[in-house]
Design a binder for this molecule. Structure first.
Ligand code: ISL
Length: 554
């Protein structure tokens, strides 16, 4: 069978550093905490860990507001701690991927301070505009009606510079100006800097807002149109995002970053480093990030369909099929698919799909072809925490109000990782945690699940190991079908290798099925590889997933 590059069948694991493991008792996760748990990742069998931002930041958006792209956030550690992390990871043959946040910086970044002062070379580092004068009131107004993601106007008046600046996220996250070649070059420096520190690539944050439409000859931007999708005028969905999202220039920028990575490999050798792209755009736009016939782009633009389709339509075998089709039928030939169940922006998978379905979903993403991505905690079936208005710290939540914050806050999926059932779930030795723990930590945690005979964690590990060892899962052809409303079947097959069939029940009752309805050549002589039972369930209840293997000799 053909050999694939490491990322083509990789199991990626997202670490949210603030919530993974605290090493110094301040209740905030840190780099030494991560280093101390690399053996856990090794034991899971994952290929690479992607760390959400670890760079210097005032933490308005918990690291996605970067004040120095070339330094480590002090509460997370030092550059030496980071080097120790990389060294240990290399010893364990684990790859480390960093978050690259190109769209904006913190307003405390030196670049922004210099831009405010119009220092030479920094005048146009951000998207500045005089704004308009209201004809009736004579008062100053923002240049357009554009909205930020975190509710409210996307323009902020700066007294010192006497201009508005654009911020598609929080006020403290001014948008960098990608029409300025100095900015483009500066951000490539960021990539090269961390490649030189030994990272295996980047997860590129927030691609849709990277570019805005070009202003007209008078320097004016167009207004967006009311959509009718919501009647809340502060919600980003209130307006279209035609002029502020998914501009074609963003695709080209990713191709340029790819060149930076490929050049690095050409010069220094070593394994490929990868680009993972964060976008929730429509398929026709997303697929372009892969590259085209002449130019390579991102290795893996994230596939969020298993999140978004189910959020819209509910979980069933049919909606799963729809989500898979949406990717595989739109993906250009020769590219690598990927499957994402969750991240630090979305309700936890076990809460969204139902905790009884987490094993089935983990099985699905590992039996499907290509790479997949686990968000920390999905392997143990962690669920959302309950966060009160008083405890809410996410800017998206804080920008709303006590009546509606639950619709916006992303804190529930960011609660500390559950290592043990003991004090503060083994996340910290200190007395407090930066976000409250989720309520289920006494039963849902690594220590308990390793000790149990059946657990989400054991199933997860088994699945990762199977994908690593199975030529069929790495190279085989794929057939999948919603057999009934509840039952989903995936078959992978490869000449001279065992056929592997995954059967997932998205319903809540035991079902008897005849697999020959799916594939008439499947004999009854199947070897049961996994029988997935939620560890808390008693004997005789329904199973949510099982995997079968057919010997090639049959
Ligand atoms: O969170 C979202 C959907 O649930 C998105 O709209 C999200 O705002 C968008 O995908 C960008 O997210 C990324 O950049 C943000 C940061 O707050 C998120 O945590 C990050 O994943 C700004 O840097």
């Amino acid at each position: 069978a053909e050999t694939k590059d490491w990322w083509e069948t990789a199991q990626f694991y997202q670490i949210y550093p603030r919530s993974f493991k605290d090493s110094d008792g301040d209740g905030i996760g840190d780099l030494n905490g991560i280093t101390s748990k690399l053996e856990y990742l090794k034991d899971l069998g994952v290929t690479a860990a992607w760390l959400s931002p670890i760079f210097a930041s005032p933490m308005v958006d918990f690291g996605y507001d970067i004040s120095d792209f070339f330094d480590i956030q002090p509460e997370y550690g030092t550059l030496d701690d980071f080097r120790a992390l990389i060294k240990k990871a290399k010893e364990l043959d684990l790859k480390i991927i960093l978050d690259f946040v190109p769209n904006h910086s913190s307003d405390e970044n030196e670049w922004f301070k210099k831009s405010v002062k119009r220092e030479k070379g920094y005048e146009d580092y951000y998207v500045w505009h005089d704004g308009k004068v209201n004809a009736e009131t004579g008062k100053r107004e923002p240049p357009t009606n554009w909205l930020q993601y975190f509710r409210g106007t996307a323009w902020e008046w700066n007294e010192e510079r006497q201009q508005y600046y654009l911020h598609q996220f929080a006020v403290q996250q001014p948008d960098l100006n990608y029409r300025n070649p100095l900015v483009v070059e500066q951000m490539k420096r960021v990539l090269r800097y961390w490649l030189n520190e030994g990272v295996a690539g980047f997860r590129c944050d927030a691609l849709p807002p990277l570019f805005e439409v070009l202003p007209d000859a008078d320097g004016q931007y167009p207004d967006e149109t009311v959509t009718g999708a919501t009647d809340d005028p502060d919600d980003r969905d209130y307006l279209t995002t035609t002029y502020i999202e998914d501009r074609p220039e963003s695709i080209d920028m990713v191709y340029q970053w790819r060149t930076v990575l490929d050049d690095h490999k050409r010069i220094y050798g070593g394994d490929s480093s990868v680009l993972l792209i964060e976008t929730y755009s429509a398929a026709w736009f997303t697929m372009q990030f892969y590259g085209n016939r002449t130019t390579e782009g991102a290795h893996l633009p994230f596939n969020f369909n298993l999140i978004t389709v189910m959020d819209q339509k509910g979980l069933s075998a049919q909606t799963v099929q729809e989500a898979i089709d949406l990717w595989l039928k739109n993906m250009p030939a020769g590219r690598t698919p990927n499957w994402v169940l969750g991240n630090h922006d979305k309700r936890r998978a076990a809460s969204r799909y139902g905790v009884d379905h987490i094993d089935g979903m983990n099985m699905l993403v590992m039996i499907l072809p290509g790479a997949s991505v686990t968000y920390q905690g999905e392997e143990i079936g962690m669920t959302d925490g309950e966060i009160s208005w008083e405890d809410t710290v996410d800017p998206w939540g804080c920008n709303s109000n006590p009546d509606i914050y639950e619709m916006y806050t992303r804190d529930p999926e960011r609660t500390p990782f559950q290592w043990t059932g003991g004090s503060n779930a083994g996340f910290t030795d200190g007395p407090t945690t930066w976000l409250p723990l989720a309520g289920d930590y006494e039963t849902v945690n690594v220590e308990t699940e390793l000790a149990a005979e059946h657990s989400h964690l054991k199933i997860y590990k088994m699945l990762v190991a199977l994908r690593k060892s199975s030529k069929t899962l790495q190279n085989g052809s794929t057939k999948y079908l919603a057999l009934t409303e509840d039952i989903f079947v995936v078959r992978r097959s490869l000449a001279n290798s065992p056929t592997i069939v995954g059967v997932i029940n998205f319903g809540s009752e035991t079902k008897t099925i005849d697999l020959r309805e799916f594939d008439k050549n499947l004999s009854g002589n199947l070897q049961l590889l996994v029988r997935s039972l939620a560890s808390t369930k008693s004997e005789g209840t329904t199973f949510s997933a099982q995997m079968l293997s057919v010997d090639p000799a049959e």
